[in-house]
Ligand binder design. Structure first.
Ligand SMILES: Nc1nc2c(c(=O)[nH]1)N[C@H]1C(S)=C(S)[C@@H](COP(=O)(O)O)O[C@H]1N2
Ligand SMILES: [Mo]
Length: 315
């Protein structure tokens, strides 16, 4: 079939954009989406891209954050390629508006919600967190977001909801990396319900006071600062409450290397490299390695979640 010289990748984005926007608009108008928010006095994604009046968070790190260029130029987002510079180059094809999130499983208020509805009642904060990638580099990032637990509670999880699973969008028209089988798409992640309800777990919509760049997981991504970076799933389209420990992408791909918990732990090495130290991004290749901290420095806040759990077996 060679009679069409226009590559699908050149024509689909506008079409998909049009269709998704129209479908979502008419579905909202027809009342097909359950309304979740009672009042819309809180968070919105600002059309100009800059958040106004962000609350600062008392427990933010005092370390100097990495630059915006470092944070948005050196990424892992395999849906847009496996090299660190691929997402910044390729993620412009991701359509983040309109956006909706489906909620399924063990909850009283399942359904599909618009991003606006998801955000409306929440107050956004700037929180400066340390992010530690399993590949042993780290950076300091001023995220903009709100506690994940505040959202999950609104869905009224049942007593069977012992875990929460998250899924990233998987659309071949928008995500060139899906042509590779490097992972089994969609990208998915999971937490225990106690982890998900922990006030440090942040649903994130921005960085440096601006709306998230696509390569950082726009429009809505998770940040779990005491776990390796791959738990912080990007561009979330589905939240699933379940009684069973959910499957997670890196565990499915290499179970001996990546467990369900994936807590940052300098005492438990990756089978192919040490996790005892890390290199801070931006310091140059010859920057001294610095010690990795238990739970990425958040032990005081989160260690109690793992009392009695063997952290060597439950890596
Ligand atoms: N959907 C999706 N989410 C993802 C990834 C990915 O490839 N796909 N990579 C993970 C990894 S390995 C890391 S270290 C962080 C990187 O986040 P950043 O690019 O915002 O620094 O995103 C995580 N979330
Ligand atoms: Mo990572």
């Amino acid at each position: 079939m060679k009679h069409n010289s226009i590559k699908p990748s050149e024509i689909t984005p506008e079409k998909v954009f049009f269709n998704r926007r129209e479908i979502l608009k008419s579905a909202v108008a027809a009342g097909l989406f359950p309304a979740l928010a009672t009042q819309a006095d809180g968070a919105v994604l600002p059309p100009g891209g800059e958040f106004a009046n962000l609350a600062s968070w008392a427990d933010s790190l005092t370390d100097t954050p990495n630059s915006f260029e470092e944070i948005s130029g050196y990424n892992n987002y395999y849906e847009f390629g496996t090299r660190k510079e691929d997402p910044a180059r390729n993620a412009h094809t991701l359509i983040t508006d309109p956006w909706s999130v489906s909620v399924t499983g063990e909850a009283g208020r399942t359904g599909t919600y618009t991003l606006e509805d998801i955000l409306a009642p929440h107050t956004l904060q700037e929180r400066i967190y340390r992010l530690r990638c399993v590949e042993a580099w780290s950076m300091i990032v001023p995220w903009v977001g709100f506690p994940l637990g505040d959202l999950l509670t609104r869905f009224e999880p049942t007593s069977q909801a012992r875990y929460v699973q998250f899924f990233t969008l998987a659309d071949r028209d928008q995500m060139p990396g899906l042509r590779s089988r490097v992972l089994d798409w969609p990208y998915r992640e999971g937490l225990t319900i106690e982890e998900a309800m922990h006030p440090l777990a942040l649903l994130t919509v921005g960085v440096y006071g601006k709306v998230l760049p696509n390569q950082n997981g726009a429009p809505l991504r998770l940040i779990v600062p005491w776990k390796y970076g791959f738990k912080s799933i990007k561009s979330i389209v589905r939240i699933h409450f379940t009684s069973q420990q959910p499957r997670t992408s890196w565990n499915m791909s290499a179970p001996h290397e990546y467990g369900f918990y994936s807590n940052v732990n300098p005492n438990v090495d990756h089978p192919r490299w040490s996790q005892a130290t890390e290199r801070r991004l931006g310091g140059g290749l010859f920057a001294p390695r610095i010690p990795t901290l238990m739970f990425n420095g958040y032990a005081e806040e989160v260690a109690h979640l793992y009392t009695g759990l063997d952290l060597v077996r439950n890596y």
